[in-house]
Design a protein around this ligand. Structure first.
Ligand SMILES: C[S@@+](CC[C@H](N)C(=O)[O-])C[C@H]1O[C@@H](n2cnc3c(N)ncnc32)[C@H](O)[C@@H]1O
Ligand code: SF4
Length: 393
């Protein structure tokens, strides 16, 4: 009998943006000139390099992320999609997502991506308030955001947009109003991220010198709860800490990460998780765009690391990613991926203590985090894996 097909997802990183946002620590760079033909050639070569390590795999999704992938030449997107379809087994329901900024989403450009085969668009809206957009360093207005949303909803089979809340000066009441007005613009999926202050970003430096006042912990927790309630009442419950969808509209690509399944990552700084000879490997490409391009054109790839994950890291990742999901972790999938049962992997009694404290729920075949558990996931994982005390509520 033939072996069952091994599923795989593909992430493609496009590292360029028109300008840098002061909160962002993704691998993003501003360039006056990009040699699109050279980048297309290099991305195709790195795709071929990894496809050779995953022969006969069934490709379930492609995700063009960034940076700002809506600044790619649509012909590059089309070439990658076409080559991926040749290199892997694909079905009719291949999910192909592209992240777009409203500022690079003119009608013609978006049509080009739809023609290239993108069937799911994710727009970076961030706020529906002009003053907040400007404070976030965004170069689009609310009017432009609305135009991009209406256009994208018509052009693509599936559509989502991102918002950021717990912004400087924002109150829970103001967020509830903004979220409700966003609801009228959604079509099945919405990502609502709590603003995080990432080390080294301009927001981090501003906070350090007292020039950035964020909502306090209680206000942030209230905004998280408002998000859960408003979106659940609208039929888009959370399926992950920050991601909400009507059932069936979840991002299958992102579910691959959270369920800790295999994916290939190409482009500067992209990560992958790939099972080679039965062992889960982590892969990482060189972060610097110019070095990545040069190495890929010369060697066919710019891999900086490709190594087996240690058992400890694997357990930590599977737990961390899985507990982000409302569905939690399947006991069977955990054992297959890590080679250990959850009882063997976790510190004795930790699960019971976390269940008693209301942070985890355990059934015969699943471990899930409650909303309270998902709000303090790092501390919950520390308790499970390193036997730190149960976090305080
Ligand atoms: C890396 S961006 C790429 C998308 C696109 N370049 C954009 O900005 O719209 C992906 C998403 O991450 C979120 N994000 C980035 N930095 C964040 C931060 N510090 N806190 C919360 N969300 C953040 C934003 O919502 C953004 O849309
Ligand atoms: S948030 Fe998006 S547009 Fe802004 S710097 Fe990051 S990747 Fe670029």
């Amino acid at each position: 009998m033939a072996e069952p097909a091994h599923n795989i997802a593909l992430y493609v990183h496009w590292p360029f943006c028109l300008s840098l946002c002061p909160y962002c620590d993704f691998n993003s760079h501003v360039r006056d000139n990009v040699d699109h033909a050279a980048w297309r050639g290099a991305l195709l070569r790195e795709l071929e390099h990894y496809a050779a390590q995953a022969p006969n795999h069934h490709l379930t999704s492609i995700f063009f992320g960034g940076g700002t992938p809506s600044l790619m030449a649509p012909a590059t997107t089309a070439a990658i999609i076409a080559r991926a379809k040749e290199l892997f087994v694909t079905g009719d329901n291949l999910e192909i997502t592209l992240e777009a900024n409203p500022t690079s989403s003119e009608t013609g450009v978006l049509e080009g991506f739809a023609d290239a085969g993108v069937n799911r668009l994710s727009l970076g809206i961030q706020a529906l308030d002009d003053a907040a957009l400007s404070a976030l360093g965004r170069t689009h207005s609310v009017a432009e955001a609305r135009t991009a949303i209406l256009m994208s909803r018509d052009l693509f089979d599936r559509f989502s947009f991102d918002l950021i809340y717990a912004r400087p000066g924002q109150t829970p009441t103001a967020w509830r109003t903004e979220l409700k007005s966003a609801l009228n613009l959604t079509r099945g999926h919405l990502s609502a991220y709590q603003l995080t202050i990432e080390s080294g970003t301009p927001f981090f430096l501003a906070q350090a010198r007292g020039a950035l006042e964020l909502p306090d912990e209680d206000a942030s927790a209230a905004m998280f709860e408002i998000t859960q309630r408003v979106l659940e009442d609208a039929g888009m419950p959370a399926y992950e800490i920050s991601n909400h969808a009507i059932p069936g509209e979840e991002s299958r690509h992102n579910l691959t990460y959270w369920r800790h399944r295999d994916y290939i990552g190409i482009g500067p700084g992209a990560h992958g998780r790939l099972t080679l000879k039965g062992i889960v490997h982590e892969t990482r490409q060189h972060r610097a765009p110019d070095i990545w391009l040069e190495r890929t054109l010369v060697n066919g790839h710019a891999t900086q690391r490709s190594a087996p994950l240690t058992k400890e890291t694997l357990i930590q990742e599977v737990t961390m990613m899985g507990l982000r999901l409302t569905e939690g972790i399947s006991a069977a999938a955990f054992a297959i991926r890590t080679g250990q049962t959850m009882e063997e992997a976790f510190h004795p009694d930790a699960t019971t203590r976390l269940v008693e404290a209301g942070y985890l729920e355990l059934t015969a075949d699943r471990l899930t985090a409650s909303i309270a558990g998902r709000q303090r996931l790092n501390a919950v994982i520390e308790t499970l894996i390193s036997s730190q005390p149960v976090p305080q509520s």
